[in-house]
Write a protein that binds this ligand. Structure first.
Ligand SMILES: [Zn+2]
Length: 184
């Protein structure tokens, strides 16, 4: 289930308050490198565009949660694009897809989300109509993102551009290694 968190960041509050509810959340910026577009959802109540994402379920890894949330909310199947990580030999340690960042967001009174922010590319699926807390789903061009759209919060714009840059450079690196990019 998604949970909107476009309020103030709370990164320097370590939350010693006993009544604070703190949940893990996985979010993904979805980039279409061919058309240079970012996928966003319009929040029904807040009337702003946000990235897909939501609570990490019990026994679920955050990277799996990000892929699941995007599919549930948008109908799009994504491949996460990892941030740099150490390349250890295979063994007991399994490196997960690395998020672009981890943030703390205050999403209500005594309710904080620790959010894993992933970059991803769309590989399959088709857009579905908005439902529940979102009433629209659509692709935005980078030009639209850069043009300070009144209903796209500043942090969403910045993460969108960071994601686009990261995915573009990663795809270029893959192509240089002779690997084939499987995105659409
Ligand atoms: Zn929550």
């Amino acid at each position: 289930m998604a949970c909107c968190g476009e309020t103030s960041t709370n990164g320097d509050d370590h939350g010693s308050v006993a009544s604070l509810s703190r949940h893990f959340s996985a979010r993904a910026y979805v980039y279409d490198p061919k058309r240079q577009r970012i996928l966003l959802l319009k929040h029904r109540q807040l009337d702003i565009w946000v990235e897909p994402g939501g609570h990490v379920d019990a026994n679920e890894r955050p990277d799996d949660a990000a892929v699941r949330e995007v599919l549930e909310e948008t109908g799009i199947i994504v491949r996460l694009v990892s941030a740099p990580a150490p390349n250890f030999p295979a063994g007991v340690e399994k490196m997960l897809v690395q998020p672009l960042g981890i943030r703390a967001m205050s999403v209500g009174p005594q309710h904080e989300h620790v959010e894993f922010i992933y970059a991803s590319v769309a590989v399959d699926g088709s857009l579905k109509n908005g439902e529940r807390e979102f009433d629209q789903v659509r692709w935005f061009t980078l030009e639209e993102i850069r043009s300070a759209h009144a209903q796209i919060p500043r942090n969403v714009c910045l993460w969108s551009l960071i994601c686009a840059e990261h995915v573009t450079s990663k795809i270029l690196a893959e192509e240089m290694e002779g690997m084939r990019y499987d995105g659409k």
